[in-house]
Design a protein around this ligand. Structure first.
Ligand SMILES: Cc1cc2nc3c(=O)[nH]c(=O)nc-3n(C[C@H](O)[C@H](O)[C@H](O)COP(=O)(O)OP(=O)(O)OC[C@H]3O[C@@H](n4cnc5c(N)ncnc54)[C@H](O)[C@@H]3O)c2cc1C
Length: 555
């Protein structure tokens, strides 16, 4: 049977671009198909903050952070909590990925022109024992150029191969079926969607104008996760582990509409095995975007550790659920309260230093690689522009000079007032008393002081400890925090060559998967939780493995 290319890649996000670049470098011809129009090339990665997990990097060493493969592996395994029979391949991928992150990853990316900001961020700090969840040291390396800076080298390589004729880009091609011949993947079939000149990331039309069918020696599925499809998220939601999923009205969405999970189901229907579908990575600090791009667009706040975190009724969240410590543990706690949101109370001084907003468009200084604007917005007094815009226009933000007015404003954001002023005041005043002397029993205060022993936190991330009611630090800010859907941690089961497996564990000939659709490798290399900055890297690593393996198999 004639083929249209050596390999078909379904999905032109980061994983698909990496796989395509590797295939074409190895001399293979590739059809790269995507349901979205050309302006959305790069998928979610374009919108990402560009945070990457490296271990023992030059940036870490310059900031006097001592990291090692052993420490990173301890952190990863303590965070993943692998405990199922189907964790065989996820665990193997985790080991391979941590070694990549401690070895070749940074060198390989730097050789393609990528650069990182010198201050390394400290995400998911954990707060349990040494073998529990969390990063023991800062490892979140922000790419200069954020998400677009991560996409750029791979897009460049792919476009060069469009020039050489090895790669054909086919936009508005929605794959509806995986074609299987004699038990092997032999192509795809689907629908041609009408052209759409929507802006990047906006929902595009689904008007059908034709059909297509292509044959190849192998197919790589890189179609992303399910986070934009609330119905599918709800179907897979781990209610027994974390409590019931909030109503759609109380959820914001952290990914574009194309993250619809459809292709994952199509691949499963064709006979590939899906594992760990109940593992997901959703955030607890989502705010409604005042300037939305996609449906129900929410932005995740990456908080420093100082905000006071209260549940919907004004009770402080338990230790160690401080901002930025344990996303999944906090989700579970919030959903156990019988409500579907929580609150930060903080000061102007804290928001200026500690609020980062996840998303390339929320960080124009880093995305635009504008050093002067970066230094001005991060080191000068006042909140960075995008944070100030949320304070001024965000539907979930309340700013007030005194606590009575603040709590009244916060109560105005829920259908019925749930916060009791006396209870909130008691929490705030008690916390402030603990700040007043160098000793404390309040572990959040200890954590804030501990964080400031790290130079990076002290410089740009953690405000000097102060009383929330200190008028010099005000005004006060209250932020209503919604659950925000984002990452899919489970996925198509793959072996270490990124080959899809059938339910019995046999390889599915000709079929590969990489990126979020494959749980970033193996069907869920993160296990239950993530250390952050590991998703883009997971797409890069699994896309590279899939591209190289498919190239070898189609030689
Ligand atoms: C705002 C934001 C911030 C983030 N920040 C970070 C960060 O700092 N660090 C980090 O590690 N990760 C981050 N992430 C996560 C990371 O960006 C994603 O996990 C990753 O980019 C997923 O890439 P992918 O290639 O697997 O899938 P996607 O980017 O979702 O691409 C999949 C592509 O497949 C196409 N497709 C799907 N189905 C079909 C079909 N049936 N037919 C044809 N085409 C199809 C889609 O249109 C899409 O273009 C962030 C994500 C977002 C949204």
């Amino acid at each position: 049977m004639g083929t249209d290319a050596d390999v078909i890649v379904v999905g032109a996000g980061l994983a698909g671009l990496v796989a395509t670049a590797e295939l074409a470098d190895a001399g293979r011809t590739v059809l790269l198909l995507d349901q979205e129009p050309e302006q959305s090339l790069g998928g979610q990665a374009f919108w990402s903050l560009g945070g990457l997990f490296f271990v023992d990097s030059p940036e870490q060493r310059r900031m006097r952070i001592k990291d090692s493969l052993e420490l990173a592996m301890q952190d990863w395994m303590g965070t993943a909590g692998f405990d199922r029979a189907e964790d065989h391949w996820p665990r193997a991928w985790a080991e391979a990925y941590v070694q990549f992150a401690a070895g070749e990853k940074r060198r390989w990316l730097a050789a393609q022109g990528m650069k990182w900001i010198p201050v390394v961020g400290w995400a998911e700090r954990g707060g349990y024992g040494a073998i529990g969840h969390g990063n023991s040291v800062p490892r979140f390396h922000l790419t200069w150029g954020t998400g677009p800076g991560v996409v750029a080298p791979f897009e460049r390589r792919v476009r060069e191969h469009v020039g050489t004729g090895r790669v054909r880009l086919c936009f508005r091609h929605r794959v509806d079926e995986l074609v299987v011949t004699n038990g092997a993947a032999s192509g795809v079939a689907g629908t041609l969607l009408a052209p759409d000149d929507c802006e990047r990331g906006e929902r595009s039309n689904r008007d059908e104008v034709g059909e297509f069918s292509y044959a190849a020696q192998a197919v790589i599925v890189t179609s992303g996760g399910i986070g934009g499809n609330l119905e599918l998220v709800r179907r897979n939601w781990p209610t027994d582990r974390v409590g019931p999923m909030p109503d759609d009205d109380n959820v914001v969405v952290g990914v574009p509409d194309h993250v619809d999970g459809r292709m994952q189901l199509i691949t499963e229907d064709a006979g590939a095995n899906m594992v760990n579908r109940d593992r997901m990575w959703h955030y607890v600090e989502g705010v409604r975007n005042w300037d939305p791009i996609w449906t129900k667009h929410g932005i995740r706040i990456l908080p420093g550790p100082s905000s006071l975190w209260l549940d919907a009724e004004g009770r402080r969240l338990p230790v160690p659920l401080f901002p930025g410590f344990d996303t999944l543990g906090t989700l579970e706690h919030i959903l156990s309260t019988g409500h579907q949101h929580s609150w930060f109370i903080l000061t102007r001084k804290i928001i200026e230093k500690e609020f980062a907003l996840s998303g390339s468009e929320q960080n124009p200084d880093i995305t635009g690689q504008d050093l002067r604007q970066f230094l001005r917005s991060r080191l000068a007094k006042g909140a960075p522009g995008p944070v100030q815009a949320f304070m001024d226009k965000g539907a979930d933000f309340v700013v007030a000079d005194d606590l009575d007015t603040l709590v009244a404003g916060m109560n105005g954001l829920t259908p019925v007032p749930l916060l009791d002023l006396a209870r909130v005041r008691a929490e705030v005043e008690a916390r402030d008393r603990e700040i007043a002397n160098p000793y404390t029993k309040d572990l959040q205060v200890t954590a804030i002081r501990g964080a400031r022993t790290y130079l990076g936190d002290k410089l740009v991330r953690v405000a000097s400890p102060h009383r929330l009611l200190d008028p010099d630090a005000g005004p006060l800010v209250g932020v209503k925090l919604n659950i925000l859907t984002r990452k899919t941690l489970g996925g198509l089961e793959t072996d270490l060559d990124a080959r899809c497996l059938r339910p019995g564990g046999e390889p599915f000939p000709g079929l590969y998967a990489a990126g979020e659709v494959a749980g970033f490798g193996g069907g869920g290399m993160h296990g239950y939780r993530a250390l952050e900055g590991t998703f883009l890297g997971g797409c890069i690593y699994s896309g590279r493995v899939a591209g190289r393996a498919a190239a070898a198999a189609t030689a």
